[in-house]
Write a protein that binds this ligand. Structure first.
Ligand code: MN
Length: 210
């Protein structure tokens, strides 16, 4: 079975952009439920996969319920890891890739905010890499870039209303601006790009335990 990974910081550490109340519910209720449902669905089948990445990729080929829960479990753990209280500077190699794709960091920020504002309904907003080539994409519901074997996710923001409604009400763009300017762990994003360039897996969900 898969575990719910602990948050990599204290539950109040991302306030006021993400309040402690939001984070406790989002991690302890929403994310926990996706992990529980994934484990329950796997217990009903005969496969006992070691990695959640395998579960997501296999379920994408036709098991919608398992895909939705497993991808949501993965996406949330990755989302927690993309943030750090106070943020972090952009590493040089990442800045160079950003310059090629978007002109500069401000160009990437504009693209990210525009895609986030334009996304209809629930989903996820990603910075992804194909090798060293960056792009911004959004996915609906539980959608995951893991289903495209050439893509490495570098950064994600949760666009479901449960991610921001308590703190920002309907102001998704206000949430995205505060999140981008104050919480993104660019050193983690840079490490994911290093993995993409080296054709390595990058961050992985903790392996299943007996
Ligand atoms: Mn969420």
């Amino acid at each position: 079975m898969f575990i719910l990974p602990d948050l990599p910081y204290a539950s109040g550490a991302l306030a006021p952009v993400i309040s402690e109340a939001t984070l406790l519910t989002h991690h302890g209720k929403h994310h926990a439920r996706y992990v529980e449902s994934t484990n329950a669905l796997l217990a009903n089948g005969d496969a006992s996969p070691a990695t959640l990445e395998d579960v997501v990729r296999r379920a994408a080929r036709g098991d919608t319920s398992l895909f939705n829960n497993a991808a949501q479990a993965w996406n949330h753990a990755f989302f927690w890891r993309c943030m750090r209280p106070g943020g972090a500077p952009v590493p040089d190699a990442l800045a160079a890739a950003v310059a090629l794709a978007f002109g500069d960091q401000a160009g990437l920020r504009s693209e990210f905010l525009a895609k986030g504002a334009a996304h209809f309904g629930s989903g996820w907003l990603w910075l992804v890499a194909r090798g060293a080539v960056l792009s911004v994409i959004s996915t609906h519901d539980a959608g995951s870039p893991l289903v495209d074997p050439g893509l490495t996710p570098l950064l994600v923001c949760d666009l479901w209303e449960h991610a921001y409604y308590l703190d920002h009400r309907n102001d998704r763009t206000g949430f995205l601006i505060a999140w981008w300017d104050q919480l993104v762990d660019w050193s983690f994003v840079g490490a994911q790009l290093d993995a993409a360039i080296a054709d390595e897996a990058g961050w992985r969900y903790p392996e299943a335990v007996a």
